[in-house]
Design a protein around this ligand. Sequence first.
Ligand SMILES: [Zn+2]
Length: 75
Amino acid sequence: MPIRFNYCPHCNEKIMFRIDLGDIDTSQYPAPVYIIHEDTSCGKISTFYVDSLLRISYKELDKKPGGIKTIRTIK
Ligand SMILES: [Zn+2]
């Protein structure tokens, strides 16, 4: 299961999460997945869009339509 590193679009802290193809709707790319920043000073949800190799294309601050899973970041 790939691990991805990125930045939370709310607080700009570095985040890390695990994702695999079962976490997204593979019928259309980039595919959205919801990410919860598991941190007491943030805790906010955002939408990350990934391509077929689960690389992050872009992200949005809030919960956009089309996602099928919510992933919590790893500490
Ligand atoms: Zn955050």
